[in-house]
Structure formats: C-alpha cells, structure tokens
Design a protein around this ligand. Structure first.
Ligand SMILES: Nc1ncnc2c1ncn2[C@@H]1O[C@H](COP(=O)(O)OP(=O)(O)OP(=O)(O)O)[C@@H](O)[C@H]1O
Ligand SMILES: [Mg+2]
Length: 483
C-alpha cells in the first residue's frame, strides 16, 4: 500500500508578520500611491499648460501675419520686421517664421532658420495641417513645435501665401525633464522614508498592547494585585487595559474567595473533629461507667453526623458546579411539594411559636423539576426563616406562575438582614452573625446550595430584606412543561 506523504505535516509554519510590519506596509503603500497620484497629476497639468501657451503663441503670431498680409500686403518693412528682425519676444523664446509664395518659393525667412530646421521636412510634415502644431526635432536635436497655414493676401484677395512658424520648446522640455527628475527623487525618498516613519509610528502605537501582554505574562496567582498603568494610552487601548484590569480584579476576588473558602472548610471541619477527639481523650483518661461511655458515644455520633452533613453539603456544591451534573426531572406538583415542606416543619415552627402558612391554591401548578433537589432548596429557606423569626412571627410559603415561569416565595416577619450583608448571603460559609451559628451549628452553606440548585434548573434566587421587618426569598425557574 502506497501512502502519500502528508505535506501539511512537514510544512514549516509561515512566520507571523507583526502588526507593526503590517501597519507600516499599509501606510507606505497608501502614502506612495498618494504621492504618485499627486505628482503625476501635477505633471500632467503642467505639461498641458505649457502646450497650451505654445499653441497660443503660435496662433497669435499667425493671426498677426494673417492680418498684415490681408490688410497691408505692400508693407514689406512691416513684414520684414515681424519675420526677420530680432524682437523682444525672441529673447525669451526662439521662434522662426518663413513666408512662401503660392508656388512654394520662400519670400522671407527668419535668419538662422535653415540651420536649425530641416525646411523640406518642415514643409512636408506641416502640409495639410491647419489646426494644432506638431512636434519636430531640429537639426541639433532641439525640440520644436511647428505649424503652417495658407493665408490670403490683399483685400480683396489677389493670391495666397504660406506661413510656416516653428518655435523652440527646449526650455519647456527642460522644465518638464527637471520635474520628472524631481518626481523620481521624491518617489525614492517616499519609498524609503514612509516605511521607516510608518514603522516607528506603528511601533509607538502598539507599545501599550505589548505592555499589556507583558503584564499578562507576568501575572500568576501570587501577584494578581498587579494592574496596568493606562495613563497616556489612546482611548481604545485604555479601555482594553481597563477591561483587562477589571478581569484581574475579578480573578483576584475569586482567588481570594477560594482561599477564604478553603480556610473556612478547614475551620468548620476541625471543630467537630476536635470535639470528638477531646471527648474521647477525656473519656479514656480513667475508667468510666457504661452510661458515661454511652454519653460520650452519643455526643461523638452527633458530631460525626454534623461532620458528615457538612461534607455532604460541600460535595453537593462541588458536584452542582460540574457541567456534567444531571437533574432527575419529573413532573412535580408545586402545591404538593410546598405542603410536604410545611408538614415537615410544622412541629418545629409551633415549638418556636411561629405560624407556618401555606395556602395551596385551587389551580394545580406543575413544573418539570428535580423533586428532591427542589425540596431541599425550599427546606433550606424555611429552616432559615424559622431560625430568624422570633416567637409570634409568621413564615409564609407561596407559589405563583407567569407564562412559563414559576415563582416560589418564602417570606418571614423575622429579624431581617442588614443591607451591607445582603449581597453576600449566597456566598459559601457566609453568616451574618458567625458567633451565633457556633452554637446553632449552622455552616453558612444553606443559601449557597439553594442558589446552586436554582442554577441547575436554569433559574435564579433573589433575596430582599429589611431589618426587623422580615425577609423574602424568591425562587424563579422555568416550568419546562412538555406534557
Ligand atoms: N430568613 C432570614 N432572616 C434573617 N437572616 C437570614 C435569613 N436567611 C438567611 N439569613 C442569614 O444569612 C446567612 C446565610 O444563610 P445560609 O442558609 O446560607 O447559612 P446558615 O443558615 O447560617 O447555615 P446552614 O443553612 O448551612 O445551616 C445566615 O447565617 C443568616 O445570618
Ligand atoms: Mg440556612
């Protein structure tokens, strides 16, 4: 069996171009195009203007000669002055004129014209051309523009002559050549300078990004306190740095809460273990009666139960956070569920002098829930409510529904929770009054478990409270009824 070599497996990864490189390449390209566009269009304008002024000059000369020949055909001196003599105009721009009779025999010629131009070629090339001039090279390679026209002589016309005009445009050509040289010079300078300057600008611009990256690289769980100094950053990068700092803040907070959590666990596990140990040590210090041993064992059992409950709660919370946790959903009658809770707590409420109320409505309210988990959540709430309500108070259970959402409420007329503690009550191990829970054996995991259960159901838990007025916890969840 032949196997083709897998090219991609051997392919060397292309080196990544840096952002600074890409930016400066883009700048330079755009800059170069702009320079080319600007200089090229200037060149075209200049060339057009020069051509136009040459054309105007030729037309003007032709016009002068045309009117002289038509109106004063006998004024030979005037003609001679116009054609042969050195005029002021010639000092700036050399031009030559030749006047031919109707048979093509020269009548008058600007001196030196024959040395500058091949006159036969001039005649043949300008033949039949009446409008614009044409370019022609002179005898010494000088550039010329030439034109020729037939003009009427006399009024009324007796015959016609031919006027040939040639103008030396070497100055214009030189100007354009100089311009072209400048053009290439500027282009070269641009091609060198733009990438250099662009690269510097780009590097300067992305330095904050590199600083952010460097900070990110430095950060470990031990120096989460570090922040990026975004002073002087452009607004986009300042907001990136801000977002990054906020993320660090959140990370720091959750790291702190994890370490607090670990310390709390250790503390809460140690207490019952120490109690068991202390009791056992005391009991073993000397011989005891069977009843004394029984007392110690009972007390140890109590502590062990507490310990295993705590471990159970912690395990539950850890599992509830796993994305793999599955709910055993079934169709649950909410009224029946709340009645179960009420029946369960009725006796302890009565003992505490509290009335526990639940009025099951006539309309059955059903939802797809994990029954035992929801039972646990509501039980936690009722046990909190009873624990924090003085005798004579009331704890009320209620369930309502709105479209496909179910709401279960547990409210009490108890001591309430101070506003500053309210945002923390769902945290693990949080207790408003930790000293009180030492005796009661509360761990501060009850509401955290409630929240986890609601999260598993795609719902949420909400708490409102007023000191010495009471507390209300509301559980919101989707009903998810498919049947
Ligand atoms: N209905 C309530 N009225 C007043 N305070 C409350 C009420 N419910 C909860 N709290 C306060 O919030 C804290 C956290 O409650 P949570 O149920 O999480 O823990 P806990 O009751 O102390 O312990 P656990 O439920 O694990 O035995 C309680 O310690 C209590 O201070
Ligand atoms: Mg509780």
């Amino acid at each position: 069996m032949s196997s083709k070599p897998n090219h991609s497996a051997f392919a060397v990864p292309r080196p990544r171009r840096t952002l600074a490189f890409r930016l400066s390449a883009a700048y330079s390209l755009a800059g170069l195009m702009l320079v080319i566009l600007a200089t090229a269009s200037l060149y075209i304008v200049l060339r057009t203007e020069l051509d136009r002024s040459t054309e105007l000059f030729l037309a003007d000369k032709l016009h002068v000669l045309r009117s002289m020949l038509r109106e004063r055909p006998d004024d030979e001196d005037g003609l001679r002055e116009e054609i042969e003599l050195e005029s002021a105009a010639r000092r700036y721009q050399q031009f030559y004129i030749r006047l031919l009779d109707e048979h093509g025999v020269p009548i008058m010629t600007t001196p030196g014209m024959a040395e500058q131009l091949d006159l036969a070629q001039l005649a043949s090339r300008t033949h039949d051309r009446f409008e614009s001039s044409i370019a022609m090279a002179g005898e010494h390679g000088r550039p010329f523009r030439v034109t020729s026209a037939t003009v009427a002589v006399g009024t009324p016309q007796t015959h016609s002559n031919t006027v040939q005009i040639a103008i030396d445009v070497s100055q214009e050509e030189e100007l354009l050549a100089r311009y072209r040289m400048w053009f290439w010079g500027i282009l070269l300078a641009t091609a060198v300078l733009f990438p250099l300057v662009g690269y510097r600008i780009a590097r300067h611009g992305i330095r904050p990004v590199e600083e952010i990256a460097a900070t990110a690289r430095r950060i470990t769980s031990t120096n989460l306190r570090e922040r990026i100094e975004s002073e002087g950053y452009p607004s986009e990068l300042a907001s990136l740095a801000g977002t990054f700092n906020e993320m660090l803040g959140r990370l720091e907070e959750s790291f702190e809460s994890i370490s607090r959590f670990t310390a709390d666990i250790a503390h809460d596990l140690r207490t019952p273990v120490n109690n068991i140990r202390g009791e056992a040590e005391v009991a073993l210090a000397r011989p005891r009666t069977a009843d004394e041993y029984r007392d110690v064992l009972e007390s140890s059992l109590e502590e062990a139960v507490r310990l295993s409950e705590l471990i159970g709660d912690l395990l539950f919370l850890a599992r509830a956070e796993s994305p793999l946790t599955e709910l055993h959903r079934e169709n649950v009658n909410i009224g029946e569920l709340l009645t179960t809770v009420r029946d369960y707590y009725e006796a302890s409420a009565t003992d505490a002098g509290i009335s526990l109320v639940f009025n099951n409505g006539t309309e059955p309210l059903n939802a797809d829930l994990d029954r035992s988990l929801m039972l646990r959540a509501v039980s936690n709430l009722v046990s909190n409510a009873i624990a924090h309500t003085p005798p004579g108070g009331t704890v009320t259970l209620a369930a309502t529904h709105e479209n496909a959402a179910i709401r279960i409420e547990v409210s009490d007329s108890g001591v309430g929770i101070p506003a500053e503690a309210l945002p923390k009550v769902f945290d693990r191990f949080f207790r408003v009054d930790p000293s009180r829970s030492k005796t009661s054996g509360n761990t501060g995991l009850g509401l955290a478990i409630v929240q986890s259960i609601l999260a598993l159901h795609g719902g949420s838990a909400e708490i409102i409270s007023q000191l010495s007025r009471g507390t209300r916890v509301t559980l919101h969840m989707p009903a998810l009824l498919t049947r």
